[in-house]
Ligand binder design. Structure first.
Ligand SMILES: [Mn+2]
Length: 279
């Protein structure tokens, strides 16, 4: 039986990659239970994957046929506003407006990175457009995207699925199927949070050299556990293991993080040169 949009069963949150490295799966699962969405954590290993970004393609190609909509969440994206029924609202709006994809702008990062859209979080409808998108999300199409890319217009080229998304949207005639929302609505960054976890819907830890300590530092800033899930919801959904990173590990990683910060001005020119040579 085909169920209607809005009763929960046909929207699935999906995350994964080739390893479990952060506590985000608890964050995602609790949110999904609370808002009656399905949730899948998938391992994307498959034949012919050259770049780690494309585990995402492999996962989405398997999961999308099973639902009306899937919400992709990178493993470094954590929901911070549990009261907000944000995915469902965006999807209902998209259905009303004839959109097949809802994605957020890639807002300016402290390191100067930005992009037209950020593929760390996106709502995707089971539709011909989205299957077409998945068909170009692989290593073999990256050189087309790179040749076409204009830093001034499109932002930072990252060498992955995000660039392919922008290239696909702008060149394959699907721009009118895509809604690009403002970052607070779907996919934000730490420096855009002021004093509350509900300042934005999802916090995406992109660009952190040590994501684990990035999450812990953000959690401590807001006096919440390492899952970024409110205590009453951890209780309600029977989460037994909480904030597993120990004090000594936090101290050691924080120290390493500080050293990296101190060395960065010296290492950056070397890194830039290496990237340049790589093209
Ligand atoms: Mn990410």
């Amino acid at each position: 039986m085909q169920r209607g949009i809005g009763d929960g069963a046909d929207i699935c949150l999906v995350s994964g990659g080739d390893e479990i490295r952060l506590r985000s799966y608890v964050n995602h699962a609790v949110y999904a239970r609370l808002h009656e969405l399905d949730y899948r954590l998938e391992c994307g290993v498959d034949e012919g994957i050259g770049t780690k970004f494309f585990y995402k393609t492999s996962i989405l190609a398997r999961v999308l046929p099973r639902y009306d909509w899937v919400v992709w969440l990178d493993d470094d994206a954590f929901i911070t506003d549990f009261d907000r029924d944000g995915f469902r609202q965006l999807i209902e709006q998209a259905e009303a407006d004839g959109h097949s994809i809802v994605i957020a702008e890639g807002p300016l990062e402290p390191n100067g990175f930005w992009s037209v859209a950020n593929t760390g979080v996106m709502c995707l409808k089971r539709s011909p457009e989205v299957f077409d998108l998945l068909s170009v999300m692989d290593d073999s199409h990256l050189e087309f995207a790179r040749d076409w890319w204009d830093d001034e217009r499109h932002g930072t080229f990252t060498g992955g699925d995000q660039d392919l998304f922008v290239w696909w949207m702008e060149t394959r005639g699907h721009r009118d199927r895509v809604r690009i929302v403002e970052h607070h609505a779907l996919n934000s960054r730490g420096h855009y949070y002021e004093d509350s976890l509900s300042d934005a819907f999802v916090m995406h830890f992109c660009g952190y050299p040590d994501k684990k300590i990035g999450v812990v530092a953000f959690a401590e800033r807001f006096g919440i556990g390492q899952e970024l899930v409110p205590e009453d919801l951890l209780d309600r959904f029977s989460v037994k293991v909480r904030s597993p990173m120990t004090r000594p590990e936090i101290a050691a990683r924080t120290q390493a993080w500080r050293w990296r910060g101190r060395l960065k001005p010296y290492l950056k020119p070397v890194w830039d040169k290496w990237r340049e040579r790589r093209g």
